[in-house]
Write a protein that binds this ligand. Structure first.
Ligand code: ATP
Ligand code: MG
Length: 287
């Protein structure tokens, strides 16, 4: 099974990059292969391949417009890929051969196995925190209200919002709203969590509390793909870091490998900006 899987890796732009390739004998939980997404003439994603193992945290970094969000949105089928394959566990979808595309119902089932958290948390403004967490359970999954309420309360406690169940979004800080959005994603029991710059819209002093929740999830063994500009988070939490540029995976490795000794000049240029930024803010804190 694993041998077949390893040999199935095509010589795409992202394949075979970094020393981690093949180091883990387990079959990856999520396999992205030669993923392509075009919008007319714009090739947002141009043959992206990577693996995510169960319990792993994979962080994707890269300059604005390089295709990070599009990659995440293709993985959970918010966008229909133009080409490539996605495999989650035993279910594989092939977007190169249109005739084999599954039914809308199958796509919905595949999508439901992912939980996604966005930069803009998009909570229902007129619903309380707990109602926002419950709604997917009661409406989509038909979980009885009482059970959904109990589970949602537990989830809100897990993201540090005990006692705030009945507040509406406008009565919560941005960081608290984002934690409600994380609880809402968790409520659907996703197998893989996708985070797209979830702290980018927050005031700086609120970023830490959201990253702490994400760190807790990682410690508890959640499988996560995280697009972020928080380099310290990537360094602390990522099992692997992927650097993307111009719709492709340029380089992939452990956080230490990729961030301390990047092999590709494009990765070095990108990181140099952040190292400067970090030193500046460290200087401010120290002074
Ligand atoms: N719906 C769309 N229609 C046309 N082009 C799009 C669409 N969505 C994204 N693009 C283009 O695809 C490319 C990749 O966009 P994407 O949002 O994935 O980048 P990103 O890496 O997430 O950038 P950022 O760091 O700014 O969020 C960009 O050139 C973008 O303009
Ligand atoms: Mg983006």
């Amino acid at each position: 099974m694993t041998a077949e899987d390893r040999s199935a890796g095509p010589p795409g732009p992202g394949a075979g990059v970094g020393p981690a390739a093949g180091a883990d004998p387990r079959r990856p939980m999520l396999a992205v292969r030669r993923l392509v997404k075009s919008y007319g003439d714009v090739e947002a994603v141009r043959g992206v391949s990577f693996d995510v193992h169960s319990g792993e945290v994979v962080v994707i970094i890269g300059p604005s417009g390089c295709g990070k969000s599009t990659t995440l949105r293709c993985i959970n089928l918010l966008e229909e890929p133009t080409g490539g394959t996605l495999r989650l566990d035993d279910r594989e979808l092939d977007f190169s051969a249109r005739r084999t595309l599954p039914s809308g119902r199958d796509l919905a089932r595949f999508r439901a196995r992912f939980g996604m958290v966005f930069q803009q948390f998009d909570l229902f403004a007129h619903k309380t925190a707990i109602e926002n967490v419950m709604i997917g359970q009661t409406v989509v999954r038909k979980v009885p209200r009482q059970r959904a309420h109990r589970e949602s309360r537990d989830l809100l406690r897990r993201v540090g919002l005990e006692g705030m169940e009945d507040r509406r979004p406008r009565e919560l800080s941005g960081g608290q709203q984002q934690r409600v959005a994380i609880a809402r994603a968790l409520a659907m029991s996703p197998e893989v969590l996708l985070f797209d710059e979830v702290t980018s819209a927050l005031d700086p002093e609120l970023v830490g509390e959201v990253l702490e929740v994400m760190k807790d999830l990682a410690r508890e063994g959640a499988t996560m793909v995280v697009v972020t500009h928080e380099m310290a988070f990537a360094r602390d939490v990522a099992d692997r870091v992927i650097f993307m540029d111009q719709g492709q995976v340029v380089e992939e490795g452990t956080a230490t490998e990729l961030m301390e000794s990047p092999g590709n000049p494009r990765t070095r240029t990108f990181l140099a900006r952040y190292h400067r930024g970090t030193q500046e803010s460290a200087g401010r804190e120290g002074g």
